[in-house]
Ligand binder design. Sequence first.
Ligand SMILES: [Zn+2]
Length: 711
Amino acid sequence: MRTLRSPGWAALAALPLVLHAAPLRTLAEFQALAAPFNSEIRVPPFEASPEQIRDAAVAAMAAGDAAIDRLARQDPAAATFESMFGALDGVEADANLVESRLGFIQQTSPRKEMREAADEAAKRLQQWDIGIGYREDVYAALKSFAAEKPALAGEDQRLFDFTLRDYRRKGFELPAAARNELEALFKELSPMETDFGTNILKTRVALVFTRAELAGVPDSFLSSPGVKTGDDAYTILVNVTPQRLMVAQNCSVAATRRKVVVAQLRLGQDVNVPLLNRIVALRAEIARKLGYASWDDYKIEVKMAKNGAAATRFIEDLIRGIQPKFDAELAEMRALKVAETGDPHAQIEFYDWRYYQNQLVKQKYTVDSEALRVYFPYERSLQGMFAIYQSIFGLRFEQLQAPYVWADGVTLWGVTDAQSGEPMGLFYLDMFPREGKFNHFAEFPIQPGRLLPGGAYLRPTVALVCNFPPPANGAPSLLDHQEVTTLFHEFGHAMHAILTRAHRGRFSGTSVPGDFVEAPSQMLENWTYDKSVLDTFAADYRDPAKKVPAETLARLKEVRLATIGVFYRGQLSFALLDLRLHGPRPEGAAVDCQAESNRIQDTVFLPVPDDTALVAFFGHLAGGYDAGYYGYAWADAIAADMATVFEAAPGGFLDRGAGMRMRREIYSQGDARDVSVSIEEFLGRPRSIAPFLRKLGIRQGAAPEAGAPAR
Ligand SMILES: [Zn+2]
């Protein structure tokens, strides 16, 4: 790691910097620091060959089976909470440890045979894990222990309740016959869900246009391989999102846009509409058998929203709240269309909005996002973010001598509490693309923190896996503003994982409800839109005296706001149709997902033709995110609410008091207490969606019910 000595660093004098004048500490030296705190720092034992990978999975399953057998066969008279519920959590945590490490190897190993072996082994482990969850003898043992009504509190009580809830949700409390029926229904559902996703992947629709029909679409795109397919023939693959968007956003010929968007709305229609009708009916039946009024109640029970009605109310409130902003944006787009077509009665149609949204942004705002890159050299941005997080969260990061890394350029870092010197955990940085590597940006919790049976605390190890542009042509790696924002976001997940104090594996770090997990990191995205934050590190790499101009930053924020009403109404329409499809429905009533969802799209967003089916290509409806799309907006609202604590603090987004509170009330808690409680402890008041509406540029009071999301 290079030492940075540019003059721009003077601004950071007050912040603890990571400089490496001294040689790096070894891992062993860092591990020794943990002993006085009765905690353990470990690097995961990364497997080095496909054989080792297979052996690790086999050993994990054998150890898990042995532990489960001990649990189930122990003398009931001598059973304790620890030997029952604690032991089960331990088995899960041990299995997850291997499963997530293998999953990580599958995403990051430079060797194909390693990735394949890891993929196969991780799948085997998952199957085994599901089997453990259905073991009758384990349930019987836990149940008889539970019948004694053990006196529990806090996290233990929560582990007890959640474990029994898991079994109830699988039908364990039903009579044998009903359970068998349920199992059969689940077995019928699962491949249908897989097919729904596979049909989406397999769908391929090509449309051929002339150059004149594609007026407005950039030449650079049209001349790219595969697109230009004849003298005056251009083939657009409607199922390929960037190709479809290229036309929808840029083509000035309305008939072409319409053709492309209608084709999009029919992707997968013939196979996935009948399939989804059956899936939705089956889910409703499963929910009914389990004693829930609807599938969304079943799915959302384990989330913050707790039930379908609360999630629906939240989405409907937002739909109303955002109405004036949505109307104003549509009116602006309509004015552009009237001017362009000369038709005073022109309306924005379902195939128009992307095009006029793009026109609006182009005409009103001119931000050259490429020009901003000079302010964000990779190394400086990373160190700048480190300095900020170290300061606000009271931490120290130091690079360590890594005993093993899976690829060149990967580095290992230790995190300590700045005040006590307690080692909090480790993180790896794997920041640049390479062949065969996971191709997005993500934080991987390779080794979640937890209390070990002996009483020591196993501190977390995580990895940040990113794909920033590598250095080229003598210039350093230069990030764009969005990439810097992503860095702040993803490293926020690392903080959430590393700063955990939860005792149990299932409550550790980012193991929080799905409609909350993104909120803390979404909150941190505000940092990169704040001039005083950026001025601590962002500077033109050729002339560090040059900071990001205030006007540019203001323009970036305006662009973000300019069409946010349209963006959210689209999102909210999807969220609502997902909830409505999975809401209460009369037993045996026919499902018509196409008509039901089109009606919602018509009223919440823009009317679509009756013979189209946008649900057919909505992948979230299968694969675990069903009745979960509302969670994006839900977490956005919490993120905006939480940001107010920093906004009101004396130091703003650099305020240590607010940061330490975040660490204490949110990060360290994980899911060991209800996240609703954690959020309100952090806020010091009940939750509110008002800050979110303000962020969207909506006047306070414009929403009929801008109160706290219902719980
Ligand atoms: Zn995230």
